[in-house]
Structure formats: C-alpha cells, structure tokens
Design a protein around this ligand. Structure first.
Ligand SMILES: Cc1cc2nc3c(=O)[nH]c(=O)nc-3n(C[C@H](O)[C@H](O)[C@H](O)COP(=O)(O)OP(=O)(O)OC[C@H]3O[C@@H](n4cnc5c(N)ncnc54)[C@H](O)[C@@H]3O)c2cc1C
Length: 353
C-alpha cells in the first residue's frame, strides 16, 4: 500500500514528492514526458515583474523558500543547480527610467532594484537608454534537476516512466487502485496534461506555449541575463537561450517556424554580433486566468488532489505551494483561498449539470 501516487515529475511533482519523502511517506511517481514546461524553462527566479516594475505574487517569501529548497536538493543529489545571475533590464524611454526610480521607493521593491543604472552593458547590445539591474536573481538548471531527481526516485523504486491512464483508476471508500498499485491518495501534478484529466479538467487552466532559441554567439561574451522585449540567458560555452514567446493558441509542444522568426526578428533588432541558431525548444506553461496556482482537494473525491497552475513562475512558486498542499493534507493547515481550487467550485457544479 502506497501513501501517495503522484502524476507528473515536473517542478510541481518534484516539490510535492520531496516534501512527502521528507515526511517518510511511501510514494510512486508517474511521468510519460508528455509535457515539457519544466524541462525547457529558462529556469529564472526573479521576484520582479519586469514589464511594470512590480513585485510578483508573494515572490519575496517564495524566494527564500525556493533557494533553501534547491540548495537542499543540490546537496541531496550532489549536483549544482543554482547560479546567481543578475538581470539587466533595458529601458525604452526616459519615462520607464523614471518608473524604475518610483518603484525603488516602494519598500517591497527597494531591495531588488539597484539605484545605479548602467549605461553600457555590452558592446554588441547598443542602447540609447540605460539598463536597470535587478538584484537577488538567478537561474535553476531545471533540466538537470528533473533528470537527477527522476534518477533518485528510480533508485528508491518510486518512479514509473509511463503514462498514467486516468480511466484505469478505481476509487473506493477505503483507497484507490491503479493497475497493480494501491494508494491512499493521489496528487495530480500533470501541468498542461490536466486538460486530459477527467477529475480536474473543469479547472480553468489556459496553457500558454513558450519557445526558446538556443544560439551560439562567439563574440557576445555576456555573463549576465539581459531583458528587453525578450531575454538573453547565458548558458556558458558561448551558448545563449533567447526568448521566450507567449502563444495562447497553439497547444502543442512542437517548436515552430513562426516562433523562430519572431525571436530572430527581435534579436536582430538589437544584437549587433554574429550568431547561429543551434537548437529550438518549446513547452506549454500551465497558466491560469487569475495568475494564481490551482491547489487543493477534489470537490467530491476526497482522495484526489491537484497542484498546478504555476504559469511562468514555477521555479519560485513550486517549493512553497507544494509544501502548503502537503501541510493541508497531512496536518489540516488551511490553504489560502487565493490558491485553493474551491474558488472554482461553481465550474465543477456547472460541469456536472
Ligand atoms: C519556454 C518556457 C520558459 C519558461 N521559463 C521559466 C523561467 O525562466 N522561470 C520560471 O519560474 N518558470 C518558467 N517557465 C514556467 C515553468 O516552466 C512552469 O511554471 C513549470 O514548469 C510548471 O511545472 P509543472 O510541474 O506544473 O508542469 P510540467 O513541467 O508541465 O510538468 C508536468 C509533468 O506531468 C507529466 N504528465 C502529464 N500528464 C501525465 C500523464 N497522464 N501521465 C504521466 N505523466 C504525465 C508531464 O510529462 C510533465 O513532466 C517557463 C515555461 C516555458 C514553456
């Protein structure tokens, strides 16, 4: 008898699994690689919304929890995951520059926005305006994290690399049976795969496709992250991630020629050195209308739970929200209403009628 089955081993499933393992729970995690959001993510943690210079939802609190969580995993898995990486935001006008200083006066933002502006960031990124430096930012190597954590789960016989077939799940008063496994509870961390999940697909998960180009640019020599209309994220060895796109229509994880053209046009708009495209990746962000996660217990089936809806900020959100879900299930600590799926109970009722 398992304590939990977890469906999905992306950022959400990994955080949920780790919180359960640290409580001594017996788990089995399923993943079939049908979604790729966590694998292709830029991995950036940045508490500031760079469009408006505001603080992202609960980002300050999430930052500390996320960094200690990934640090703990670095030690546990014996890998290097966290890289401090300052972000430089290019201003497009004097007004934007003024907005930066106005934001700096707000107590919540002052520790993240540097008052010293930079006028020349890199000779291959010329600009008529300055660059603002966001502090306490960095990247998590999500691809390495997923690979290493799945290997770890495999080593403790807690990983199945296969599709979880929702129709095979049998739920009784006492427990749940899925094929040869019996479990007390199931937590769905299936990202945009939730659309095929008959138990939770009443939830308003939107899905937003994102694509990145990986380029090689020998002369660029950029060691910080740069943000204008798109990001340049240095990967080392003269490789850079360029992106990402935001697309609400296409729900496939296949890279597109439109995505490539969009990113090339943007890049050629400001980069003056030569580069070649060496790869292109895509995934679907599990985005929600109200930009808040979708977390909690099924309205009727009290053995089923969901941990989803991290949008474009899974790196920061996952460790905190997964821990809130486990505290809710195991210790009856109330979930905050803003993340609790109870806010969508009317949609469930409507689905039934
Ligand atoms: C291009 C791009 C760039 C991004 N950049 C950043 C960034 O810089 N910083 C940041 O914080 N966030 C970023 N994000 C967002 C971040 O990737 C997501 O918030 C996060 O990955 C969501 O994690 P998840 O585990 O909920 O979903 P997913 O990563 O989609 O994981 C869900 C998992 O469930 C599995 N699954 C689904 N259905 C089934 C099934 N039936 N059976 C078995 N397995 C199943 C899938 O294979 C998948 O592995 C980016 C996203 C994209 C697409």
């Amino acid at each position: 008898m398992l304590d939990y089955i977890i469906v999905g081993a992306g950022l959400s499933g990994i955080a949920v699994a780790e919180h359960l393992i640290s409580r001594g729970k017996k788990i089995m995690v399923f993943d079939d690689n049908s979604q790729a959001s966590s694998t292709v993510a830029g991995g950036i943690y940045n508490p500031v919304i760079l469009k408006r210079f505001t603080l992202a939802w609960n980002a300050d609190e999430q930052l500390d929890t996320a960094l200690s969580f990934y640090k703990y995993l670095e030690e546990k898995l014996n890998i290097s995951l966290i890289k401090d990486l300052p972000i430089y935001r290019r201003f497009h006008s004097v007004e934007e520059q003024n907005d930066w200083f106005a934001a700096m006066d707000k107590p919540a933002l002052s520790k993240f926005l540097d008052e010293k502006l930079v006028s020349n960031l890199n000779k291959h990124i010329p600009s008529s305006f300055s660059f603002g430096h966001v502090k306490h930012t960095g990247v998590i190597n999500t691809e390495l994290l997923l690979e290493a954590y799945r290997d770890f789960l495999h080593s403790i016989n807690a990983y199945q690399k296969e599709e979880f077939q929702y129709s095979e799940l049998k739920i009784t008063e006492e427990d749940c049976t899925y094929k040869k496994w019996k479990t007390k509870k199931i937590i769905f961390c299936d990202g945009f795969g939730l659309k095929k999940n008959p138990f939770f697909n009443y939830l308003p998960l939107q899905g937003n496709k994102g694509e990145y180009l990986i380029i090689k640019a020998e002369d660029l020599k950029l060691e910080v992250a740069f943000k204008a209309s798109i990001f340049i994220i240095p990967l080392g060895n003269n490789l850079y991630k360029i992106g990402a796109t935001y697309n609400n229509w296409d729900k496939t994880k296949v890279p597109t020629s439109e995505g490539k053209k969009y990113l090339m046009d943007k890049l050629e708009g400001f980069l003056t050195c030569k580069f070649e495209v060496v790869d292109q990746v895509a995934g679907i962000r599990p985005a929600t209308n109200d930009r808040k996660p979708l977390v909690g217990k099924h309205p009727k089936l009290d053995k089923l739970y969901v941990c989803n809806g991290f949008g474009s900020r899974g790196v920061l959100i996952a460790p905190t929200v997964a821990s809130q879900l486990i505290n809710y299930i195991e210790d009856s600590v109330a979930l905050s209403e803003e993340i609790n799926i109870r806010r969508y109970e009317k949609l469930y009722q409507a689905d039934l009628s």
